[in-house]
Structures are given as C-alpha cells and as structure tokens.
Design a binder for this molecule. Sequence first.
Ligand SMILES: [Fe+2]
Length: 150
Amino acid sequence: MDSYNQATAIIPMSLQIFDGLVDDVVNMVEMMKSLKSDKDKLSCRLCHVFDTKCPKWHYDNVKYRLIKTYRGVGTEYMDPNNFPLTIANILLRNSHIDFRVVPEKFVQRANSGDILIFRGLQGGGFPVLHRSPTIRGISEDRIVLSVSLY
Ligand SMILES: [Fe+2]
C-alpha cells in the first residue's frame, strides 16, 4: 500500500470517530437542557488536558455540571450518599480547611465514559465535592467534556 492509499484508509475511520464524538456531545447537551429553566444559561466545553487541572477538592459555582471523560482517568468525587454530611458541611463552610485531608475511603473515581452530573453551589441542595485526577507524566492526557448550567 503506498502512502496515498494508507491516508485514504485512515481518514474515513477518523471521521467516523469524530461524528460519534459530536453526536455524543450533542446528546450530553440535550440531557442537560432537560434540567434547564428559561432563565438558565448553558455552556459546553471540550478540553484536551495534559495536566491536573483542578487538583484540590472543590465545589463548582454552577447549578449543575455534567462531566464526561472520553479519554484518560475519570474525575474523582465524594459520593454524597456515603460521605458524612457533617464533614461535608464543615468543608463547605470553611474554605481555609485543607481539602487534602478528605479521607481516601470516601473517594469515588469515575471511569472513562461515565457520565457524572454534579450539583453545584447554585443548585439549591448539597453540592458534590470533586477534583481532577492526578495526571502522571507527559504520556497521560485526558479528553473531558463539561456541560454547565448556570
Ligand atoms: Fe469542578
């Protein structure tokens, strides 16, 4: 096979993957639209990440945020059903507390392909504490979609 034929053999596959990604992003946005009121705003961001973007435990200042990792390690979060509300309340009200002290036994890790929808600080309930997973070296990267409702 010469180089021209190799290129034409690769391009249709790449377009298929791209179309699949676009379809999936549209589906994720549609899913978030179902939570949206007339006054809410929706934003969508697809990032290729090469470092640990948000390493500290935090809450997002949104109503809801959908996070889906297409490639690489998934987002880490505290399962609100297992994480004691007393600890969560202390963390929420005391931003000076070092969030690295969060007990490891409460940490949940999403897999690539999982769909996470976190309630944020504007969501009118208890928000979900989360952080970016640690990227270990230049060979690791992530492709992450976030769809936010404000
Ligand atoms: Fe976040």
